[in-house]
Design a protein around this ligand. Structure first.
Ligand code: ADP
Length: 308
């Protein structure tokens, strides 16, 4: 397989501001890589440099063997990019938009027609090819945007917040489309997102904050390293339960009608439940999730104010 993206000590400054501060990471061919971070962390800057749209100040970026800044036209042939804001023409039909894009890559005639049929099928927009792009729903537009990015059969698809602003159901279906491209067509996916449940479905995650990569790993790794499971207990008798906890040296956090205990793992929880059983009216085990990981690492919720 091998590393299809190699980033070494990448730095980008805007005047005095260091937007990307000497970051290094690699992406495996064929994987889905999620690049996360709070607003202003440096995600878009990084993705734009990787796509050879933006120049860097220092460091080296190799995309499938080609170096940004030196072999940009080779890089552009092998990548597809979906920007946050669409670049398709609202007055043209989806088909016409795709034809224009295909022509840009030198495709024409039957080859272009066939390629449009293929990409339309891959993202499930065959039925809406004749409709003006401007009249489509949010989810349909996103699919058409992805189709545009696929027209040159890219090895890597870059997606900058592909599901932002879509309703939850549409988000799930666009996400599945992206997942299928990875699984069935073998496209390497590099995406930024601020939906943690999406990051949880990626193969590999990097979290960037203030221009630095603060953590790397698989979602499962990160959950183990940066989140704790919780045991929530509703006791029969608060005083007796508090006494039990203090005898055992357990840190308990009182909440409305219950107590929360951070536990290392479910087995530790089971032992506590066994020992405290006569004192317990009800309980619940809450598994740590990617939201906890993000909050524990960055001290912030992931752009929660923008999430609808
Ligand atoms: P993200 O995509 O994670 O929200 P960005 O890469 O857009 O973050 O921005 C990183 C930092 O660089 C932010 O502080 C942002 O204000 C700044 N920045 C981004 N683009 C420009 C620009 N064109 N000129 C000056 N500062 C910029």
């Amino acid at each position: 397989m091998g590393k299809i993206i190699k980033v070494d000590m990448l730095q980008k400054k805007y005047g005095q501001l260091i937007a990307v501060d000497n970051i290094s990471f690699e992406v495996e061919q064929g994987e889905m890589f999620a690049f996360l971070g709070p607003n202003g962390a440096g995600k878009s800057t990084t993705i734009n440099i990787l796509c050879s749209i933006l120049s860097k100040n220092a460091g080296k970026v190799i995309i499938d063997g080609f170096e940004t800044g030196k072999q940009d036209s080779d890089i552009r042939k092998l990548i597809g990019v979906v920007f946050q804001d669409s670049v398709l023409d609202g007055l043209l039909s989806v088909q016409e938009n795709l034809e224009t894009r295909g022509a840009f890559y030198g495709l024409k005639g039957a080859v272009l027609k066939n390629r449009i049929v293929e990409v339309a099928d891959a993202v499930n927009i065959t039925e809406i090819l004749k409709r003006p792009y401007g009249k489509l729903s949010g989810g349909q537009r996103r699919r058409a945007d992805i189709a545009r990015a696929l027209i040159n059969t890219p090895k890597i698809l870059f997606l900058d917040e592909p599901t932002t602003g879509l309703d939850p159901q549409t988000r799930v279906s666009v996400w599945e489309t992206i997942r299928n491209l990875q699984k069935e067509k073998g496209v390497t996916i590099f995406l930024t997102t601020h939906y943690m449940e999406e990051a949880a479905g990626a193969d590999d995650v990097a979290i960037i904050d203030h221009g630095n990569i603060v953590v790397r790993g698989t979602p499962a790794d990160l959950r183990v390293r940066y989140s704790l499971d919780q045991l929530r207990i509703i006791p029969n008798n608060n005083e007796q339960f508090i006494e039990f906890a203090s005898r055992r040296g357990l840190q308990i956090k009182p909440g409305p009608g219950m107590f929360t205990i951070n536990i290392e793992n479910s087995m530790q929880g089971l032992q506590i439940l066994k020992d405290a059983e006569p004192l317990i009216q009800n309980f619940e085990v809450i598994r740590g999730n990617m939201d906890d990981v993000f909050i524990n690492i960055t001290g912030k919720e992931l752009r929660s104010e923008e999430v609808q």
